[in-house]
Design a protein around this ligand. Structure first.
Ligand code: F6R
Length: 369
């Protein structure tokens, strides 16, 4: 049942190219345009939306943080992202012109479900992004976009996360298309980029052996930090969450721009710091800033583990360990940048003798508060 893999988690990591391809399937027409028939919210209502609020927990929340960049970029509508457990106790301001996007692999997470109920009571429209057919959250939402990751058995979410990202990009494009902020060739061009992701993921997966070696060499460490910016920031948070839940290590993700505001005080000799580097092509300003951050932490003794695009030479002098990811458009980079971090956490957990599919104290579906 594990298909020859040592764990369900490794199997599910390896299934990601197919999971992404399946989630795109049937949502692109013969002309390469987007068709999201499942989003049964009428276009005039989508045009009238004044704000989008994404609610989710854990890894799904990280997908939501990335969705914000895509939704604001392509649909030009303000987007907030909130932990469902905070949202539901906060008396949030919502009305009929609010669109709530609830992201949940299981469709049963209690906090997310309660957030959905609360949103609908306020008159907001709710769109669920979910991996489990017929589960409670989609049943209680106005519409649902299913991710097609297939059953996820390992407690730690991997392929569900990547497919949540794909669904978020599709929603952002669909909103943009409906509202007239992104259309025609631009939509088709992003769709083409998305269609290229499964092949890019195959390349990432083919090159993970050095990541596993590094992970094994760090098995006796206590702390690992993760840095990123823009869409790389949620990727850093996700890398840290995976390490906490699987390797039971202290791990924290930071926005690289915040280093000087506190976290840099944590850097000491030999501390592993994983840095997710944005593309030097798209947002070159951010790229330059993160290269300076890598220099700064390395000057203070950090052992830098750099995830950077193929051909990005600027990082080479400052990377103690360098892992390459294929060049993809900036907004889509989390799809490829997350995978090495999943492998890193999985291998580190195994090296520490932990059960990766069933981490201590955790359940696959959190149906209590
Ligand atoms: C982390 C993980 C959890 C879930 C969270 C939400 O690897 O799996 O953080 O992402 O419990 O679960 P769903 O998506 O089922 O609502």
């Amino acid at each position: 049942e594990k298909g020859g893999y040592d764990s369900f988690m490794l199997k599910e990591i390896a299934e990601q190219p197919r999971a992404v391809a399946d989630t795109l399937l049937g949502r692109i027409d013969a002309e390469g345009a987007l068709t999201l028939d499942e989003v049964r919210i009428p276009v005039p209502e989508l045009r009238a939306v004044e704000k989008v609020v994404v609610v989710a927990c854990g890894t799904a929340f990280h997908a939501g943080l990335i969705a914000k960049y895509a939704i604001e970029h392509w649909a030009r509508v303000p987007c907030e992202v909130e932990l469902a457990s905070e949202f539901r106790y906060r008396d949030p301001i919502l009305d009929r012109r609010s669109l709530v996007v609830a992201i949940s692999q299981s469709g049963e997470t209690m906090d997310t479900l309660m957030a959905v109920r609360h949103a609908r009571e306020q008159g907001a429209k709710v769109l669920a992004i979910c991996n489990t057919n017929g589960s409670t959250i989609p049943r209680e939402s106005d519409a649902v976009l299913y991710t097609h990751a297939g059953p996820e058995v390992a407690v730690a979410s991997t392929k569900a996360f990547l497919t949540q990202l794909v669904a978020c990009y599709l929603v952002a494009l669909y909103l943009g298309q409906s509202r007239g902020t992104t259309w025609g060739d631009e939509v088709r061009s992003v769709i083409r980029d998305l269609a290229g992701i499964p092949a890019a993921l195959e390349r990432v997966l083919a090159a993970v052996e050095p990541v596993r070696e590094l992970a094994r060499s760090l098995a006796d460490r206590n702390t690992v930090l993760f840095l990123g910016r823009h869409v790389g920031y949620p990727v850093a948070l996700e890398g840290a969450l995976k390490l906490k839940e699987l390797a039971y290590m202290h791990a924290e993700g930071f926005a690289a721009g915040e280093l000087k505001h506190g976290p840099i005080a944590l850097v000491e000799r030999g501390l592993p710091v994983v840095v997710v580097v944005p593309s030097p092509r798209g947002r070159s300003v951010l790229h330059g800033k993160i290269v300076s951050n890598i220099q700064e932490i390395r000057a203070r003794g950090a052992r830098t583990v750099v995830i950077a695009e193929e051909g990005d030479d600027a990082v080479v002098p400052y990377a103690d360990h360098l892992f390459r990811i294929p060049a993809v458009p900036t907004l889509l980079q989390p799809l490829v940048a997350t995978v090495p971090l999943q492998v890193f956490a999985c291998e580190l957990a195994t090296a520490r003798g932990n059960e990766v599919d069933q981490p201590r104290n955790l359940a696959k579906s959190v149906t209590v508060e």
